[in-house]
Design a protein around this ligand. Structure first.
Ligand code: CP
Ligand code: NVA
Length: 317
């Protein structure tokens, strides 16, 4: 049983997982032909709200012939008194895989440690692997696999953590501009650096957004205040100068792409000008959540089908 708590749990086969996602997207019939999740049930537990993750998992599971159950924490015993470990032991008897969106990363790790079926982290305070899979799929679609510079401007948060790990796996350079005190988790940076040593990625931290976006192929931002941080009243004030706006993007390459995991807080971390510009790929990125998760689920719960796909890819590419 393989769980996906962060994107580096998929590092070995990530490129093929994303190539298969790109193939499915280009030919909807392929997924329908295979139905690799036929007779399988996938349960998704949510402690926090979600638009993209919830809908893209539900629709993607349907497209693959599986049955999707959405379990809101307030509606199941987990939200009352049952432990995470017991919930994992029980749900493993019914389900073929689970996804879990939670506050504390240790909770999704506990679910995975006690589950007999694969658990996918659908966002925790530390990691958002499904987002990074869609992000890299989008970058590959738009820019190819040549060496690229990714610039992150904003908070050193869960989305940056998996983007940095994924960029390192693919050998892309990434510079993150964060205000002092909002640096990414040093354990994740260390893990990324170990991967980067093998792939040749350059990982750079700065406090200057202009430094980060200079010559960038990709500019990425996320909300300054993540879910669960709403009580940090003054956090917003520390991000003045970190908005991605017309002036900042003028320092990037002319054909840069703008990315955001969404939901965006227009007027805070990004302006309408950038969100709605021709460089913005945010809605393609949101769509890619579905295709990349379909490929990840197949990889986790029906490896023979996924291996057949890989052979098809080898013939076609
Ligand atoms: N990007 C993302 O995870 O969006 P949702 O919170 O809507 O799922
Ligand atoms: N960093 C954000 C991402 C939302 C998809 C959060 O955790 O709320």
């Amino acid at each position: 049983m393989n769980s996906v708590l962060s994107i580096d749990d998929l590092s070995e086969d990530l490129e093929q997982i994303l190539q298969w996602a790109i193939t499915m997207k280009s030919d909807d019939e392929i997924a329908a032909d295979f139905f690799p999740l036929m007779n399988m049930s996938i349960g998704s537990i949510y402690e926090k709200p979600s638009t993209r993750t919830r809908v893209s998992f539900e629709v993607g599971i349907n497209k693959l012939g599986g049955n999707s159950l959405t379990l809101l924490k307030g509606d199941i015993q987990l939200g009352k008194s049952e432990t995470i470990a017991d919930t994992a032991r029980v749900l493993s008897r019914y389900l073929d895989a689970m996804t879990y969106r939670c506050y504390s990363h240790s909770d999704v790790a506990e679910l995975a440690n006690n589950s007999k079926v694969p658990v996918i982290n659908a966002l925790s305070d530390k990691h958002h692997p499904c987002q990074a899979a869609a992000d890299l799929m989008t970058i590959i679609e738009k820019k190819g696999m040549e060496k690229l510079k990714i610039a992150w401007v904003g908070d050193g948060n869960n989305v940056l953590h998996d983007l940095m790990l994924a960029a390192s796996i693919f050998g892309f350079d990434i510079t993150w501009a964060v205000p002092k005190g909002y640096e990414p988790d040093s354990e994740v940076v260390n893990r990324s650096e170990i991967i980067a040593e093998k792939t040749g990625s350059k990982l750079i931290e700065t406090n200057d957004p202009v430094d980060a976006v200079k010559n960038a192929d990709v500019i990425y931002t996320d909300v300054f205040v993540s879910m669960g941080e709403e009580h940090l009243d003054n956090k917003m004030n520390d991000f003045s100068g970190f908005q991605v706006n017309e002036e900042l993007v003028s320092k990037a390459k002319e054909d840069y792409i703008f990315m955001h995991c969404l939901p965006a807080h227009r007027g805070e971390e990004v302006t309408d000008y950038v969100m709605d510009s021709k460089n913005s790929v945010v809605f393609d990125q949101a769509e890619n959540r579905m295709w990349s998760q379909m490929s990840i689920l197949t990889y986790l719960v029906n490896r023979p089908a996924w291996e057949t796909y890989s052979q098809l890819l080898e013939i076609n590419y």
